[in-house]
Write a protein that binds this ligand. Sequence first.
Ligand code: DX5
Ligand code: ZN
Length: 228
Amino acid sequence: MAYSAKIGPSILSSDLSCLGSECVRMMECGADYLHLDVMDGHFVPNITFGHPMVECLRKSVGQDPFFDMHMMVSRPEQWVKPMAAAGANQYTFHLEATTNPGNLIKEIRESGMKVGLAIKPGTTVEELAPWANEIDMALVMTVEPGFGGQKFMEDMMPKVSWLRSQFPSLDIEVDGGVGPDSIHKCAEAGANMIVSGSAVIGSDDPRSVIALLRTVVAEAIQKRSLDR
Ligand code: DX5
Ligand code: ZN
């Protein structure tokens, strides 16, 4: 089985005035990667930061941390090159934001980044399926994108299960309301890349929360491999 359990804190709910040290703190607490939420105020009703911030973060935290850019933006095509130059490792765009996913996937690869493809709660997994063999990761949103701290949508889990059954070695990420209360559902459905914002950042003990999330997912992966 090609995939493994990875935990990526979303730093959206951290103290944004100390983003660099917050990222370092998350890596020191055992994060496998960092999930960075880019919002443009058009695709979602909120605004965060863009590639200049990512460039500064990269300089501040060094080459090691893997930056998964969650691009909640209209016209995702326009930020591929700037994000690659800023030091992004993976460019996760929304299927709803583009009319030509095939071309965008190609551009992301040519710029040297991995490709993530995200779907909002209202988008079916069948719409993502035609691209699944061309991407590195599928992101199934478990809240409406735009804000941290929302309630986990358990009714998104059939999408994850279906993807896992059809694409056994694909990295599948969940994002939104994921924490100790919802991780079992995600793990059982087959997600292996876990984004967690408020549950990790808001905890007094982020290290334990990250370890717990990873253990639950790793056990589910092991169980699935034994059942095969
Ligand atoms: C929401 C973002 C998420 C968010 C997750 O649009 O994509 O990454 O920060 O935060 P929690 O885990 O608090 O829902
Ligand atoms: Zn996100």
